[in-house]
Design a protein around this ligand. Structure first.
Ligand code: ARG
Length: 560
């Protein structure tokens, strides 16, 4: 069944010739279920919006069935007959099930998403967690709209610090347990090397020589050691990705672009926009305001993070002809991405606007309280462990008979951390407070998960109902139905803005409304046609909440 919003849009389109008429939500829900602002037609019709609304009212009422149009000032408000609203929304949800809300509008278009991208030999930071969680949600949202998406983990595995690391492993490798505790060990070696280098300049030369060998491409012992520490780090990162349920289409570190660097630099030079500055090769960006030049090659001939990102973006464009290339990276790299875009702009590449920095704010962990386990530096794992343990404690207290408590605790604990990360506009900073994140009341993941389980439990209690629903009894659920009918619009907007928080807000408000509705309306023990209609609402809401949680990367438990 066509959703009522599509029906209204189609009628407006047929009447006005507008290609994609935009519908809004009336500020006051009693005014209607959807509103069309008539301002967009003022120019072409040479009339004031209220007059246009008046004219359209009659025409649209003639076109629409069981949907009433009413002009109110410059708006045309639409009210769907209550029974039709319930029937159309709930039938659409039942028919589509897990794909409710999805569409194929992105078909044939590719979206590249650069996400997570931690640095080898270092613990994954909370910033990388945010990138992983936000990036993966953005990818799932685009998948739901039919886009082809390519999630790329742009691992930080190149740069002069790797010369130092290789040299450090050579010198002191046997003083640590690299295999079993790779990241803290590498961190320790790096720090020690750094310290001893101050008294012994030969160490600096050794590190430089190792990096030169690495950059030369020689497949010798240096490269073998570099490869080993890369692999060891990736195994550690994979443990976190597994807990978050995140996979990548490509794990392509900076090193991957090593063989592209020369032609990348040449291409920018050939565009005629580079200059020498104290022996280094730079692109001047002063025409864009007060912004430092983009450094492509240092005096000693080595390349930089920016050079490798230029190589990557050219390669991605050649490989995928992307509709958008989204870099999910913290706001502290704003300058870097501005410089990169300005270079593309100066090169005259018309696809420059497709490259977007999807920035986000900082997450502050409480100092001390959730500090690192002794000797273990990968504190992300600790955050997830702490969350799962706390979830287990709450489950023990609330539902000790639950069948698989550990699995549910992991789903709730990890889900809580993920939901918390996606709940505000991404540019906002977050103060991470475990008690708040895990609260079963309030704007949290566990609250939404609990709502999902609550609805599932009602469904189990009611069982199958064969009677046809009496849709007219769902009048009190009109705001819930209206919201669920708008779900695909929410997905579309969340994709356009690369803003998963639009889905978290949606699902939080849906959960709140459904919980108050459930507290007022009994499902069991009614006339069968009434039970059937209310059960359909419960099922529909559970499905939509479940679909939304899945897109966010949060598990939807049937019981908790
Ligand atoms: N490894 C970088 C860091 O941790 C992030 C890389 C982001 N992606 C990119 N293409 N620059 O700071």
């Amino acid at each position: 069944m066509q959703s009522f919003l599509d029906e209204i849009r189609a009628a407006i389109a047929a009447e006005t010739g507008l290609e994609e008429p935009k519908l809004e939500r009336p500020r006051d829900p009693s005014m209607g279920d959807a509103a069309f602002p008539c301002f967009v037609l003022a120019k072409e019709r040479k009339a004031a919006p209220p007059k246009i609304a008046q004219e359209l009212e009659t025409a649209l009422n003639a076109r629409l069935n069981r949907i009433e149009a009413k002009a109110t000032g410059p708006y045309l408000n639409f009210t769907i007959e209550r029974a039709l609203l319930a029937e159309s929304v709930l039938t659409a949800i039942t028919e589509a099930g897990a794909s409710y809300g999805t569409s194929s509008e992105g078909e044939g278009k590719s979206i590249v998403i650069d996400l997570s991208s931690p640095n080898i030999a270092k613990p994954m930071s909370v910033g990388h967690l945010r990138s992983t969680v936000i990036g993966a949600a953005i990818q799932r949202i685009h998948n739901a709209l039919g886009y082809k998406t390519i999630g790329i983990n742009h691992i930080g595995d190149w740069g002069s610090q790797f010369g130092k690391l290789v040299a450090a492993v050579n010198r002191y490798g046997d003083t640590v347990d690299l295999e079993n505790d790779p990241i803290p060990s590498l961190l320790k070696l790096y720090v020690r090397y750094h310290e001893e280098e101050e008294d012994d300049p030969t160490l600096g030369e050794e590190a430089a020589a190792a990096f030169r060998e690495l950059e030369s491409g020689v497949d010798g012992p240096v490269r073998a050691t570099w490869k080993k520490l890369t692999d060891l780090s990736l195994v550690e990162f994979d443990k976190i990705y597994a807990r978050l349920g995140v996979q990548f289409d490509l794990v392509r570190g900076e090193a991957y672009y090593e063989s592209h660097l020369e032609k990348t630099v040449n291409r920018i030079v050939d565009a005629g926009i580079t200059e020498e500055s104290e022996g280094a090769l730079v692109v001047d960006l002063s025409s864009f305001g007060k912004i430092p030049p983009c450094l492509l090659r240092k005096t000693d001939g080595t390349t930089l993070y920016a050079t490798r990102d230029m190589a990557a973006v050219f390669h991605r464009w050649e490989e995928f002809s992307f509709e958008r290339c989204l870099y999910v990276v913290g706001g502290d790299q704003r300058l870097h991405f501005r410089q990169m875009k300005h270079v593309l702009d100066r090169m005259g590449l018309d696809w420059e606007p497709r490259v977007e920095h999807i920035d986000f704010g900082m997450m502050r962990l409480p100092e001390g309280k959730m500090s690192t386990r002794k000797g273990r530096v990968v504190f992300l794992d600790d955050v997830l462990d702490a969350a799962a343990a706390e979830a287990k404690r709450v489950i023990e207290a609330k539902n000790a008979d639950l069948a698989d408590k550990d699995a549910t605790a992991e789903m709730v604990g990890v889900g809580a951390v993920v939901f918390n990360d996606l709940k505000r506009e991404r540019v906002k900073d977050i103060d991470f407070k475990l008690e708040e994140v895990l609260s079963f009341e309030g704007d949290t993941g566990p609250y939404v998960q609990w709502t999902h389980a609550r609805l599932a439990s009602i469904e189990r209690k009611v069982g199958d109902v064969t009677e046809a629903p009496d849709w007219s009894v769902l009048a009190s659920a009109a705001p819930i139905l209206g919201a669920m009918g708008r779900y695909s619009d929410v997905l579309r907007s969340a994709a356009r803005n690369a803003e998963p928080s639009e889905i978290t807000s949606f699902v939080l408000s849906l959960a709140r409304d459904v919980n108050s509705w459930v507290a007022q309306e009994r499902v069991l023990g009614q006339e069968p046609a009434v039970t059937a209609a209310r059960l359909a609402l419960v099922q529909g809401a559970r499905q939509v909440i479940g679909n939304a949680l899945t897109l966010l990367g949060v598990g939807a438990p049937m019981e908790m």
